[in-house]
Design a protein around this ligand. Structure first.
Ligand code: SER
Length: 320
């Protein structure tokens, strides 16, 4: 039995859709609210509640034989900066509640971490970093993610072998989906700009035009998570990998969009807190570990992501 927390989030919904295609595994969904219409029929069971409610989380594990977990429920980086205490309790205590409720051996546990764990500056921003470089986050969300990675590895190697977990994590780049928009993240400018352009609306960007971080489109993110979870553990040389598809500047996204929508207007109103985070995140990731260990390869690059996925799928979405 699979448990997915945060099913109504972007990644949660996309992962539920994909995993439900493997009919052999039943999915239990958890979120603050009832499951969205587009996924509710794909779930075997649902629980509605707060990830901080340790009694409820224990009850979910007691009532079901959960052997695989995708723990996605979290508050994203921009929201987290506004409410750091809340972010800590949802992102860290919530994680711990799940770990603390596991009641069978060798549960497979996927945790989406983030490029927010890194902190670079203008002198090293363009270095292709490895997973071991610059792990010194300047934001509460990055701190929460880094600590949870460490907790996951700790419990994987715990001396108390009774409930050892099989922990796997990916530090995801900014995700761009054709079917949804993120809530409260900092990489949101890219998906927001693209969705607005396709709806023939102007967009006011909250970071400078030269801002550059790695992105990934949703189908690649979902495939990566599933691929990592199905790789033989013996092939994995680390618990935490980072991956990306492409690293455009804001200006490059704009240039791409005006090829399709020549009237699209992009304005700027820089938010200094969000800019500070984006400036501290890497521009490029060295993905050699993921390539070597589980044969990671994105299907989409910057050009075909627009041509084959974003433009057609988002247009279809808004014309329904
Ligand atoms: N994309 C997320 C955010 O911006 C980071 O993982 O918060």
């Amino acid at each position: 039995m699979i448990l997915i927390t945060g099913i109504n989030g972007e990644l949660g919904s996309a992962l539920t859709k994909k995993l439900s295609q493997f009919k052999s595994e039943k999915i239990i969904g958890f979120d603050l609210s009832k499951p969205n219409e587009n996924i509710k029929d794909l779930l075997y069971k649902t629980y509605k509640g707060d990830i901080r409610d340790s009694e409820l989380i224990k009850k979910i594990f007691a009532e079901n034989k959960i052997d695989t977990i995708y723990h996605l429920a979290a508050i994203l980086s921009t929201e987290a900066e506004k409410k750091p205490y809340l972010a800590h309790s949802v992102n860290v205590d919530g994680f711990f509640n799940i770990i603390n409720s596991i009641n069978v051996k060798n549960v497979k546990f996927f945790f989406p971490s983030s490029i927010a764990v890194y902190h670079l500056n203008c002198n090293n921003k363009n270095i292709k970093i490895t997973e071991n470089d610059f792990c010194n986050p300047n934001n509460i969300y990055g701190c929460n993610k880094l600590y949870c990675e460490k907790l996951g590895s700790y419990f994987q190697n715990s001396h108390d072998t009774e409930f050892n977990i099989d922990f796997r994590s990916i530090r995801l780049s900014g995700i761009i989906s054709a079917h949804s928009l993120p809530q409260g993240g900092t990489s949101d400018y890219a998906p927001e700009m693209i969705h607005n352009a396709i709806q023939k609306k102007d967009y006011t960007c909250f970071v400078r035009k030269d801002s550059c971080i790695p992105f990934i489109v949703m189908p690649d993110a979902v495939n990566a998570v599933i691929k990592l979870m199905h790789t033989n553990k013996a092939n994995l040389t680390t618990d935490v990998y980072h991956i990306q598809s492409f690293s455009p500047t804001v200006d490059q996204i704009y240039e791409k969009l005006i090829l399709y929508f020549p009237k699209f207007k992009l304005n700027y109103k820089v938010d200094k807190n969000r800019q500070k985070m984006v400036d501290s995140w890497p521009s490029q990731l060295n993905q050699q570990k993921a390539i070597n260990d589980w044969d990671w390869k994105p299907e989409f690059n910057f050009d075909n992501a627009f041509e084959k996925y974003l433009i057609p799928k988002i247009s279809e979405y808004y014309n329904k």
